[in-house]
Design a protein around this ligand. Structure first.
Ligand code: ZN
Ligand code: ZN
Length: 350
């Protein structure tokens, strides 16, 4: 089979790999949809491999793609009928841990006390290929109502937005400022609006803001067009500031604004990877009783809950995708994604 590999510095390559066979406790998936996540741009652009992003790994290039969704194609020894059956429609939780520590056994393999052994698509072979091998315990059932594309989105970008909104305790009475309207931020806009919250969407791309409006944002702010983003958010919230904020942009300035735009007792959540932020602890945080949360994706349980929520409410996740690609078109797909003005892309390897 062919697998797509990021070489760093915006270079990628289709390489030939043997079709994987499952070992004990493992399955092989036939990948039907492999989403392109915002964080893939980091791996696409970085020089020095995923190891330079602090996710471990042996440093060698691996098959990219960490939003896997497909059907079970082969089952290794020791996998029970309940865990996996050939033909079962599944998403995959894209981390491998030790499997026995308190975090792994509650579905948070990325928090494994031994350190995350593999992040599929980053430090272990991922889903930008026809087949992918993984432990059966990393599978999450895909509800019948959802397409493979929707499952791919939930496997990282949309699931990450869901996890962050859960951590923030968002409800319909809240206003929330969402910084960055890429795949994660736009999912947050969609889910928060569906939950009844009033969403203030921010992005430096007018195209992305237009999409945020279609996805339920009540207000749009392009930071390029205002020199007072915090003031603009306060103006929309009776001068008090938003109840909640979420930064999916990774921009140090946006992260600062995500804290400063909050009302007293407000909560900010950071989900964008990399880079840093500078805060004035007294004025920004403690004198206003502000809570700042970091949120790293979701557990297997959270992933299943997100999928059920989306299915039960009939939320059209598929329209997050503006581009559907074959594996052979990956170079064009990532070149376009790199501009950060379009919607989400998904690769259909089989
Ligand atoms: Zn563990
Ligand atoms: Zn991701």
């Amino acid at each position: 089979m062919k697998g797509l590999v990021f070489l760093g510095d915006r270079k990628l390559e289709l390489r030939e790999y043997p079709d994987p066979t499952p070992g004990p406790g493992e399955v092989v998936l036939e990948i039907k949809a492999s989403g392109m996540c915002g964080s893939d741009l980091k791996f696409y652009r970085v020089t020095g491999g995923a190891a330079s992003l602090g996710l471990g790994g042996k440093g060698g290039p691996v098959i990219a793609g960490h939003e896997p969704c497909g059907v079970v194609a082969a089952i290794g020894p020791g996998v029970s009928h309940e865990q996996a059956r050939v033909g079962m429609r599944v998403m995959q939780h894209h981390y491998r841990g030790c499997g026995v520590c308190p975090h792994c056994t509650t579905g948070w393999m990325q928090l494994c006390v031994e350190g995350v052994a593999e992040v599929y698509g980053v430090t272990g072979n991922g889903a930008h290929a026809r087949f992918m091998k993984c432990p059966a315990r990393t599978l999450v059932p895909l509800p019948d109502e959802l397409s493979f594309d929707a499952g791919a989105a939930i496997s990282c970008g949309t699931g990450t937005a869901w996890g962050a909104l859960q951590r923030l305790g968002l409800s319909g009475e809240h206003s929330i400022a969402v910084f960055g309207q890429g795949p994660v931020g736009l999912s947050a806009t969609l889910l928060a609006a569906e939950l009844g919250a009033r969403v203030i969407a921010l992005d430096t791309s007018d195209e992305r803001l237009a999409r945020a409006k279609e996805f339920g944002a009540a207000h749009l702010i392009n930071p390029k067009n205002t020199n007072d983003v915090v003031g603009a958010i306060k103006e929309l919230t009776h001068g008090r500031g938003a109840h909640l904020s979420l930064d999916a942009s990774s921009s140090p300035v946006a992260r600062q604004q995500a804290v400063r735009c909050l009302r007293t007792w407000g909560k900010a959540c950071y989900v964008g990877e990399g880079d840093s932020v500078t805060l004035d602890v007294s004025n920004d945080l403690l004198r206003r009783q502000i809570t700042v949360i970091g949120s790293w994706t979701f557990s297997t349980v959270g992933q299943a809950e997100c999928a059920c929520y989306v299915a039960d409410r009939g939320i059209d996740i598929d329209r997050l995708f503006t581009h559907r690609w074959k594996l052979e078109q990956a170079e064009e797909a990532y070149r376009l994604f790199d501009r950060q003005t379009d919607g989400k892309g998904v690769i259909h390897p089989s």
